[in-house]
Write a protein that binds this ligand. Structure first.
Ligand SMILES: Nc1ncnc2c1ncn2[C@@H]1O[C@H](COP(=O)(O)OP(=O)(O)OP(=O)(O)O)[C@@H](O)[C@H]1O
Ligand SMILES: [Mg+2]
Length: 225
């Protein structure tokens, strides 16, 4: 479903090279929920960004959903991200001038769904995350936890092949974190493939597997209970 082979990433600034990913072989099957853990600076976000096509690796291969992604041009990568991936970030990344429902509907409209269909899907997704009563609020009129649930709704509304999340609960209190994680668990139960970076052991345990990264390498992959 998704596989990386000998993936490396080196950042260059002037004469300085930073080798962040040092050859990562990773595999997730369809329907798996995998948590990525590791200390700060280990390369978790960098790995997630390469694998989710938000950035381009220095070397190695990424195959997602049967497609060899290194052969894709920019336009194809953008379409792939739009149609087949969903993204949740630590800082929500909502558009500040759009209402909750407009934020969720926007990618659906970009996928050429008509307005009625896009907004009805966006509504369903917001209902599912418990925000059916907050459709018209702009992000600044929502709590952090509510904003993150809007961003989760946006990420799964089109039923992506893979949902990628980078520390989705890092800015949330325990109660909001639990709400977000319960949505992830529910999506996983429905068959959604999820790859999530987290620092929190209790949320990593909700995944089926935990992959640990240290110093740009995967040091272990363990099955949960
Ligand atoms: N654009 C960049 N240019 C240079 N170095 C970078 C760049 N992005 C990340 N790095 C470096 O790569 C290393 C890994 O960063 P990354 O953000 O992947 O870590 P992380 O495991 O996600 O950490 P955290 O838990 O703090 O989020 C760090 O040392 C960081 O400074
Ligand atoms: Mg990170």
């Amino acid at each position: 479903m998704i596989e990386t082979r000998n993936l490396t990433k080196t950042f260059k600034h002037g004469n300085i090279e930073t080798h962040v990913l040092k050859g990562i072989d990773f595999r997730a099957e369809s329907g798996e929920f995998i948590a990525i853990m590791g200390r700060s600076g280990a390369g978790k976000s960098t790995f997630l960004y390469q694998m989710s096509l938000l950035d381009v690796p220095t070397s190695g291969e990424i195959v997602i959903d049967g497609e060899h992604t290194h052969a894709m041009n920019q336009a194809k990568r953008a379409r792939f991200r739009l149609f087949r991936c969903g993204y949740v970030f630590q800082d929500y990344a909502l558009l500040p001038e759009l209402s909750a429902i407009e934020n969720v509907a926007l990618p659906l409209l970009m996928q050429n769904l008509n307005k009625t269909k896009a907004f009805s899907r966006a509504y369903e997704a917001l209902e599912k995350v418990g925000l059916g009563h907050r459709l018209e609020n702009i992000p600044s009129n929502l709590s952090g936890g509510e904003q993150q649930r809007v961003s989760v709704a946006r990420a799964f509304a089109h039923r992506p092949k893979i949902l990628f999340a980078d520390e989705p609960t890092a800015n949330l209190d325990n109660e909001s974190s639990a709400l977000v994680m319960n949505i992830f668990r529910e999506l996983h139960r429905e068959g959604q493939t999820i790859i999530m970076v987290t620092h929190e052991e209790q949320y990593a345990r909700m995944a089926g597997k935990i992959a640990k990264i240290d110093d740009g390498r995967i040091i272990s992959v363990t099955n949960n209970g």
